[in-house]
Design a protein around this ligand. Structure first.
Ligand code: NAD
Length: 298
């Protein structure tokens, strides 16, 4: 496998690109933020002056951008990626975007004899750093197999969910569940705290009981209970409230278009939207605990 181009070096993309380098892949990177680009260059990547330049010689292009409009702009707009890659290049978008938006970019790729996978990830910034992400892929099975070794350098699970867009559908269902679970965990810890229990002790109790879940195990929302998580670092970094608001909006669009009942997803969206409206969109999503407590962040 030849070179990989990696576009989007944010909270997730930077550690993912670092793992590609560790895995021995020649990696050319680009981000609109010069500091992000310089940090990746420092880590051993080749920095390009534009997305078009980054992808020109790549066999595989990976993108990790905030939302659908950025992905569209990168591949089909001013980023000029589709116009700049070699024929046959495999394009892998790991951003979380609407399934329909992913299908549109995939269709545009097919028209140009290119291959496109939607491959959103789960596992958070910790998983990106540790190289233990889960990739949820939508597209052709053969293309997933071709991407597998590259994805395996950044993650431990690579699932093929179905045709184009299926990766995004799977990801949205997961993130709706994650939001519900995080709010529930914050609610339980806050209630325990209000009744005088030590949040660390009650976390241990619930982890060994039927309420155990991912937030309790690796992403505790109560400050100081767990080292190395955003809650113990002023809710900095991690997965931003505004990205969760975006994902819950996409999940609710899916629920609306299929007439599917998602009452807890709707409640989670309302809570996270209110949290963002209070000026907290730039904090990690586990900060919902502080919203329940009526506390101000920042
Ligand atoms: P981020 O905002 O930290 O990073 C996005 C990066 O993309 C930024 O550095 C930005 O400058 C860059 N960018 C935007 N448009 C660009 C363009 N046209 N060309 C080059 N660079 C461009 O976001 P993130 O937290 O890394 O998340 C990225 C995606 O992964 C989102 O879709 C998010 O929903 C998803 N995701 C995030 C997490 C998490 O824990 N942060 C977990 C799973 C999935």
């Amino acid at each position: 496998m030849g070179g990989v181009a990696f576009i989007g070096l944010g909270n997730m993309g930077a550690p993912m690109a670092a793992n590609l380098l560790r895995g021995g892949y020649e990696t050319t990177v680009f981000d609109l933020v010069p500091e992000a680009l310089a940090a990746a260059e420092e880590a051993g990547a080749r920095a390009a002056g534009s997305a078009a330049e980054a992808v020109a010689d790549a066999e595989v292009v990976i993108s990790m951008l905030p939302a659908g409009e950025h992905v569209h702009e990168l591949y089909l707009g001013s980023g000029q990626v589709m116009a700049s890659v070699r024929p046959g290049t495999l394009l892998v978008d790991c951003s979380t975007i609407a399934a329909d938006a992913a299908r549109q970019v995939a269709a545009a790729a097919r028209e140009r004899s290119l291959r496109f996978l939607d491959a959103p990830v789960s596992g958070g910034v910790g998983g990106a750093r540790a190289g233990t992400l889960t990739f949820i892929c939508g597209g052709e099975a053969a293309d997933v197999e071709e991407a597998r070794p590259v994805l395996a350098a950044m993650g431990k699970n690579v699932f093929h969910a179905g045709p184009s867009g299926a990766g995004q559908v799977g990801k949205m269902c997961n993130n709706m569940l994650l939001a519900i679970q995080m709010i529930g965990t914050a609610e339980a810890l806050n209630l325990a705290d209000a009744h005088g229990l030590d949040p660390a002790a009650v976390s241990d109790i619930m982890k060994a009981s039927s309420g155990s879940n991912w937030a309790l195990q690796v992403y505790n929302p109560y400050p100081g209970v767990m080292d190395g998580v955003p809650a113990s670092n002023g809710y900095q970094g991690g997965f931003l409230v505004d990205l969760m608001v975006k994902d819950l909006g996409l999940a609710m669009d899916m629920a609306g278009s299929s007439h599917t009942a998602t009452p807890l997803g709707a409640a989670a969206r309302a809570l996270y939207t209110a949290h963002s409206a209070h000026g907290n969109g730039g904090y990690d999503f586990s900060s919902i605990l502080q919203f329940l407590r009526g506390g101000k962040l920042g």
